[in-house]
Design a protein around this ligand. Sequence first.
Ligand code: SAH
Ligand code: SF4
Ligand code: F3S
Length: 467
Amino acid sequence: MKNDIIRIPEEEMERQRGFADAFAALPRRPETYYIVTYGCQMNAHDSEKLAGILDRMGLRPAPDKREADFVLHNTCCIRDNAERKALGNVTWLKELRKERPDLLIGVCGCMVQEPGMAEKLIKQYPFVDLAFGTGNLHELPELLLRCVESGRRVVSVPENESTLAEGVPIRRASSLTGYLTIMYGCNNFCTYCIVPHVRGRERSRSSRDILREAEELRRQGFREIMLLGQNVNSYGSGTGDLSFPQLLDECASLGFERIRFMTSHPKDLSDDLIRVMADRPNIMRHFHLPVQSGSNAVLEAMNRRYTREKYLERLRALRAAMPDIGVTTDLIVAFPGETERDFEDTLSLTDEACFDSAFTFIYSPRVGTKAASMPGQVDPDTAKARIERLIAVQEKNTARVFSSLIGQTVKVLVTDRSRRGGGEVTGKCERNISVNFPGDGEDIGRILPVKITAASHTTLKGEAARE
Ligand code: SAH
Ligand code: SF4
Ligand code: F3S
């Protein structure tokens, strides 16, 4: 596939800053905003950018959406239920507007980029004031200014999906972990997946821009960075820039205590990457490696371009180099044509791979994807029965992994007080498992050794080894 990326010129970014200033100077305008975020880390990070832009426009974050003048829903459409949830919550705002007629309602993100969605919003959601896609997020100052000045609806979804914007302001949600996008979009076209259709073609940022941002995060005191992309392993392909292992190695040399990345495609997991990870103790011992299915026939129909055997071989290579690595995965059941035998292959792979945890999904047909029109769509009852059996196998494995950690001492980056309160704090260990242990607010931001004493379904419990 051709690599024809258009970097948005600095003049255009400057023009947007001009709109932001003009908006801030309006005598009557929304003063506060609230962003509701759905979907993956990519969207979470986009929301940090949206917040950064809105701050730049002179708005302030509201503590609750009921109090905000402008509510923006940053949507996801990966599965039908994600989309329904977003649309349902947007519709609920109609009620809020009865009490607050000035409320401004915005929708953005992946769902807006779906084919036909802009028209649907215009016709069926007349209370939506502003809609834009993932590809024109940087135009928010211009679009919101136009919307507020004219008092009319603005719906703008870009056709050109190959652009890349640098220099968008960011309001980071955490002061410990910094998200850092290394690439946008995806070229893989897994047959079930809407992402390439709504996020566009794969575009890698230049390593210079990425490393500059990483250095800035380091100066600001971030302890951890998370490199983001739909398929980070193919970073830089076709650009002559660094490869992903090289980029990761450069990031690891900047002095962060922790480096993570998401997501990797098994077909591109190279020995070079494994070597860099093994050599760098500050690259965390966690690998999210979505397998989707354990059946070669289904993997082929999904266009995943690896086999079950190849996947398990990559897993062995990872574990041989880093015996303490935790592997997590994504699994889809009831893909069109999946037979009971195919499904049993997924069960046996799941058992053999012994993942720390897995996200399990029932296949959801997405308009415009190849799989949506494949024969052999599986009925909902069978799908439900399969996902329950799969979850049972994974729960058994999670318990197996977690109990093997009891008695070990792991390093935890403390990020919050525990939700259950009671003088506990929480954070992630290197394997990315949540660990709760007695502590107080003083511990937040520290990396502490914690001896694991017990495990629940989803978290570990321990005691900090304090001097
Ligand atoms: N880029 C990432 C994942 C993106 S979506 C990757 O390739 O791994 C996250 C997960 O959602 C996928 O791994 C897949 O398991 C699931 N998913 C994507 N499309 C889906 C669909 N149509 N139905 C059900 N699950 C889906
Ligand atoms: Fe979707 Fe496949 Fe791309 Fe992941 S690699 S975003 S599953 S098309
Ligand atoms: Fe992420 Fe959902 Fe978009 S998973 S890329 S927010 S469709």
